[in-house]
Design a protein. Structure first.
Length: 100
């Protein structure tokens, strides 16, 4: 059975450690840059959801919607790679939930 036209959704939570951050201003600069890069490249919704007042920690939540489950999984792999290549942030945990 083909599932064309059915909406697929992925919810991601990403925990980051920012070792170079010495203030909330440093943290927000790094997080804003990362969120902007992810939004423009993957057309996702992303927000900081925890550790808002902590200098070196951040939890992001992101949602992606697609009609193609394989494309959704490929995008998540690329998102993880993009975050792992960010020199100012280290991913400490990552969780994904698919609603296919």
């Amino acid at each position: 059975m083909r599932d064309e036209g059915k909406v697929k959704l992925a919810l991601l939570t990403i925990e980051l450690f920012l070792p170079q951050s010495r203030s909330l201003k440093d943290k927000r600069r790094v997080i804003k840059s990362l969120k902007d890069r992810l939004r423009s490249r993957f057309n996702l919704s992303i927000a900081e959801v925890e550790h808002l007042e902590t200098w070196q920690r951040c939890r992001l939540a992101a949602a992606l919607v697609s009609s193609n489950g394989a494309r959704l999984e490929a995008d998540i792999t690329e998102i993880v790679n993009t975050i792992n290549n960010c020199p100012d942030a280290m991913m400490t945990s990552f969780n994904q939930i698919f609603y296919l």
